[in-house]
Write a protein that binds this ligand. Structure first.
Ligand SMILES: [Zn+2]
Ligand SMILES: [Zn+2]
Length: 330
């Protein structure tokens, strides 16, 4: 038994990185280094905002942590041949991310980054980004073809505090065979489908989990109905099942939630996009309060980036729903 145990505990045996302490003074470097934008992980990628033409953008591959699944490509020397003065609207926004924070100290948490809400979301917000937060700008793009998820990331600075909102959306469709709204009354049809693995798991934060399980399409009495089932697991490990049925809940239904351990609020929205085709849009919105961004040992940042931020940080400071409200209030 202990032999087998020893085979499997390699991962746990690596000591966790020390928790950055607010009392640890971070001495800024005299010359800044250039980081990559949260949405740019390679020379030819990035969101629609920051690299619509997929032109080469310099980025720093040393900023990727070991557990980062994206594979950055080694950058070629920065191409500075775009010195034309004409403003071409299709050229990427030239945003430079410069930081004076020491990056050779992993324990300082300068390179720690927000965990991904979905595994295919190509957006990595690291602590060092927070010092240039107001210049990062919002991003929007698609993940690819399978899974095809539309995403946006919108930063916000309000009363010296930093916030970010992520929106991830995808569509579900149930094939009802030849059924149309003009099919006679007598011919009703019900079809159930499982949610594909690429669309199943969303993690608003390290402590909560949204799992889409199944969807349903139905045609009866000349009306088409749809349904989506999912579960929400909260930060206490409690799960609740949610069922949206257009027949009962109307053409749009939502469910709110939040984390009790970190400054994360979220919302799931299911919406009939097209009753003719039965297309249902599913949207996962996530709001995060990032703190002031002055030290990686701030409670907000620690809570968002550590599964167990420590005894004194184990609870959320603000109330559940508070981050969404601050972000969305006009
Ligand atoms: Zn971007
Ligand atoms: Zn959390």
């Amino acid at each position: 038994m202990s032999f087998f145990k020893s085979l499997f505990c390699h991962k746990d045996s690596t000591p966790p990185a020390p928790i950055p302490s607010l009392s640890d003074e971070i001495i800024p470097l005299s010359t800044p280094w250039k980081g990559n934008l949260p949405c740019v992980h390679g020379p030819n990628d990035g969101c629609k905002n920051h690299n619509p033409s997929h032109s080469e953008i310099h980025f720093d591959s040393s900023l990727f942590l070991d557990n980062e699944t994206l594979k950055p490509v080694q950058p070629k020397p920065v191409a500075h041949h775009h010195h034309s003065t004409s403003s071409d609207s299709s050229s990427p926004q030239k945003i430079e991310i410069l930081s004076n924070l020491p990056r050779d100290l992993p324990a300082s948490g300068v390179l720690s980054c927000l965990p991904k809400i979905h595994k295919s979301l190509p957006y990595t917000l690291s602590f060092y980004h927070l010092s240039s937060f107001s210049s990062i700008g919002s991003c929007q793009s698609k993940t690819g073809s399978n899974p095809l998820i539309n995403w946006t990331a919108t930063p916000l600075v309000k009363s010296d505090s930093l916030y970010i909102r992520f929106t991830l959306s995808f569509t579900l469709q149930t094939d009802l065979g030849g059924w149309t709204p003009s099919t006679p009354h007598a011919r009703s049809i019900v079809k159930n489908g499982l949610i594909g693995s690429g669309y199943r798991d969303f993690k608003p934060c390290l402590h909560t989990h949204i799992k889409f399980t199944s969807h349903k399409g139905e045609g009866k009495d000349h009306v088409r109905y749809a349904g989506v089932n999912y579960t929400i697991r909260d930060s206490e490990g409690q799960g609740r099942s949610v069922e949206w049925r257009s027949e009962v809940d109307g053409n749009e239904g939502g469910e709110k939630g939040g984390c009790g351990k970190c400054e994360t609020d979220f919302k799931v929205i299911c919406r009939f996009e097209d009753e003719e085709s039965g297309r249902v849009g599913v949207e996962v919105k996530v709001w995060k309060g990032l703190g002031e961004g002055s030290h990686p040992g701030e409670g907000e940042w620690l809570g968002l980036t550590r599964r167990e931020p420590g005894e004194e940080m184990g609870k959320r400071k603000g109330e559940v729903g508070g981050v969404e409200r601050i972000f969305e209030e006009k």
